[in-house]
Design a protein around this ligand. Structure first.
Ligand code: GDP
Length: 194
């Protein structure tokens, strides 16, 4: 993918606010701090387009980034953080589900998990939920540069203990926003579904 342009387009919490121009969308979901903003920035070769936040739970909207005036990357708010109230959490859940379940422009979902840790309950819940959506899924194991070289090839096999990856619509990659590991591979995956 040659990135000619990338811009923040719009934030939305409900359908009326989603972009109206009928372009394809690829959504990215993961717990706060998993490295989602960093992944978006590194994919697009931008430093600060998606905000890297030290405040978990701050981004509470779907954020649409338009790429090459041709498709959107959609930053789905982080799930499973502790700092928001139960009511707020339910609202996010609804907003996320509305989007993921009804959006026809949505062509694929990237789920981020941290390479260093076992997936949490909310990671597993998100993944199992995503399977039901019957969208192409790419699981990205982030921050692979923080895993010892000798352990790196075990990250995906460990993930299989918690994620049932044996589905035709599911792919897995490790990733580092710092070292730009597998940037090209993520783009190859995205391109096939646009
Ligand atoms: P978000 O909350 O999911 O958007 O996470 P951020 O992108 O803000 O990243 C959370 C923290 O992890 C920040 O301090 C990032 O610098 C760091 N981080 C993100 N990706 C990587 C990575 O690939 N390698 C390393 N070493 N740190 C990362």
């Amino acid at each position: 993918m040659i990135i000619k342009s990338s811009d923040y387009a719009i934030s939305a919490v409900k359908e009326e606010q989603y972009p109206q121009d009928n372009l394809s969308e690829i959504a990215l979901a993961g717990r706060s701090n998993v490295g989602k903003s960093s992944l978006i920035n590194s994919l697009l070769g931008r430093k600060n387009l998606a905000r890297t936040s030290s405040q978990p739970g701050k981004t509470q909207t779907l954020n649409f980034y338009i790429v090459n005036q041709d498709f959107y990357l959609v930053d789905v708010p982080g799930y499973g953080y502790a700092k928001v109230s139960q009511t707020q959490r339910e609202k996010f859940g609804e907003m996320i589900q509305d989007y993921l379940e009804t959006r026809e422009n949505l062509k694929g979902l990237i789920i981020l998990v941290d390479s260093r840790h076992e997936p949490t309950k909310s990671d597993v819940a998100m993944y199992n939920y995503a399977l039901v959506l019957e969208l192409p899924i790419l699981v990205v194991c982030t921050k692979i540069d923080k895993v010892k070289k000798s352990q790196q090839n075990k990250v995906i096999s460990n993930l299989k203990k918690n994620f049932d990856l044996a589905h035709d619509n599911v792919s897995v990659l490790t990733y580092s926003s710092v070292q730009k590991t597998h940037v090209k591979e993520v783009w190859t995956w995205i391109e096939q579904y646009l």
